[in-house]
Design a protein around this ligand. Structure first.
Ligand code: AMP
Length: 370
């Protein structure tokens, strides 16, 4: 689940379980190297408190644990911040000291650590960091133990904060690079009113409406290769092949790179399409917030579509057999998607019979809860 801290959104990045594995590996490596020597583990506050706690609980031999804190003196420009380590009171002469850091990015803190320990006459100073950003590190100090290398993106959780929040989270989250979007799948059989409702909802929520049926019809009208291919399927009320539809949908989304979100209408219609949509949203650091289905009785659908056929000019709306086939295809191939989204607690059904305004209100209520 995406979380919000102050003004920013973060997505799950490293699970509690994976962090635990990384800590275990570090413990094993350090315990093996140090043998019977009793180390002093020095955590750098505040970020390392969780890591140090988990680390020393797993450490198989006796050890000492202490903390130091990096204090910035205010009153100077942040680029010139003078930072000092405070809290080092113990005599560490002749000891093996292992610095436990939650994260090393630029290496500035590490530089300060080395400066402080230069005069401590320790036997050896080892650096262990749970997370390491190789792209950001511009110092030469050796890092003896690394839990996990990560890309140069801002993270929170497991001791790390964003403006004071997030330290308590057991998992690590990564800053989302794109703006927060609201993405809705409008679902329901042909004739349920998806297109009509999408037109109201896109205005109300400032979303981009993508109807795959409309895009296909546009291509047919303009006699493109895609249109010609799609037409053979649409005329029979069958689904256009997945890969063709998915490629087209990806292009439509790319055309609207600045959108605050999308209303997908008529897509996804198969499991493969639903998976492709999840991947696409993931690549945009986003997700589908929910699928909202309009429920309408079959006979009402047939009646509505025949009536629409009198004015829409759509070939697939004028032939009752084709209409019934589209409804059948919906129940046989598409309705299974209810399960796909239900499993993620993202499925919401809405009564699709009544006045257009009433149905818009019902849909808005569902959307506002997402
Ligand atoms: P619609 O306007 O949503 O009722 O779609 C009309 C026709 O376009 C459908 O009967 C299919 O032949 C085709 N079509 C629209 N969307 C899709 C999709 N996601 N996957 C496959 N075929 C589609």
């Amino acid at each position: 689940m995406v979380i919000k801290l102050h003004d920013l959104y973060f997505k799950p990045f490293i699970s509690e379980h994976d962090i635990d594995e990384a800590v275990k590996h570090m413990v094993d490596a350090i315990a093996t190297d140090l043998g019977d020597e009793m180390p002093v583990f020095v955590g750098i506050l505040n970020g390392s408190f969780m890591f140090v706690s988990d680390f020393v609980k797993k450490y198989p031999k006796p050890c000492e644990v202490t903390f130091i804190k990096l204090a910035s003196y205010e009153g100077v420009k942040s680029s010139e911040d003078i930072q000092r380590l405070i809290g080092l009171t113990q005599d560490l002469t002749g000891r093996t000291v292992v610095i436990l850091e939650d994260i090393i990015d630029s290496g500035n803190t590490l530089e300060e650590v080395h400066r402080i320990f230069k005069n401590e006459n320790v036997k050896q100073l080892l650096i262990a960091t749970l997370f390491y950003k190789p792209e950001a590190y511009d110092k030469d100090f050796k890092l003896h133990y690394i839990g996990k290398e990560i890309p140069n993106k801002f993270i929170v959780g497991y001791g790390l904060d964003y403006k004071g929040l997030g330290r308590d989270l057991p998992d690590v989250y990564q800053l989302k690079t794109t703006q927060h979007m609201t993405n809705i799948v409008l679902f329901g059989p042909p004739g349920a009113g998806k297109g009509t409702q999408a037109n109201f909802l896109k205005e109300k929520y400032d979303l981009v409406h993508i109807s795959t049926g409309d895009v296909f019809r546009y291509n047919i009208k303009n006699e493109t290769a895609l249109g010609m291919l799609a037409k053979s399927y649409m005329d029979k009320g069958e689904l256009v092949p997945d890969q063709v539809t998915i490629d087209m949908l990806n292009k439509e989304v790319e055309k609207n790179a600045d959108a605050k979100g999308f209303i997908f209408d008529g897509f996804p219609r198969t499991n493969a399409q639903a998976k492709a949509l999840d991947e696409l949203m993931d690549s945009k650091d986003s997700q589908i917030n929910g699928m909202i289905a309009l429920n309408v009785d079959d006979e009402i659908l047939v009646e509505r579509l025949l009536k629409r056929g009198e004015t829409s000019g759509r070939a697939d709306d004028s032939d009752e057999a084709v209409i019934r086939n589209r409804i059948k295809v919906y129940y046989e191939e598409t309705a299974i998607l209810q399960e796909y989204y239900s499993k993620q607690n993202k499925f919401f059904g809405v009564d699709g019979v009544g006045s257009i305004e009433d149905i818009t209100v019902r849909l808005s209520t569902a959307i506002d809860k997402l």
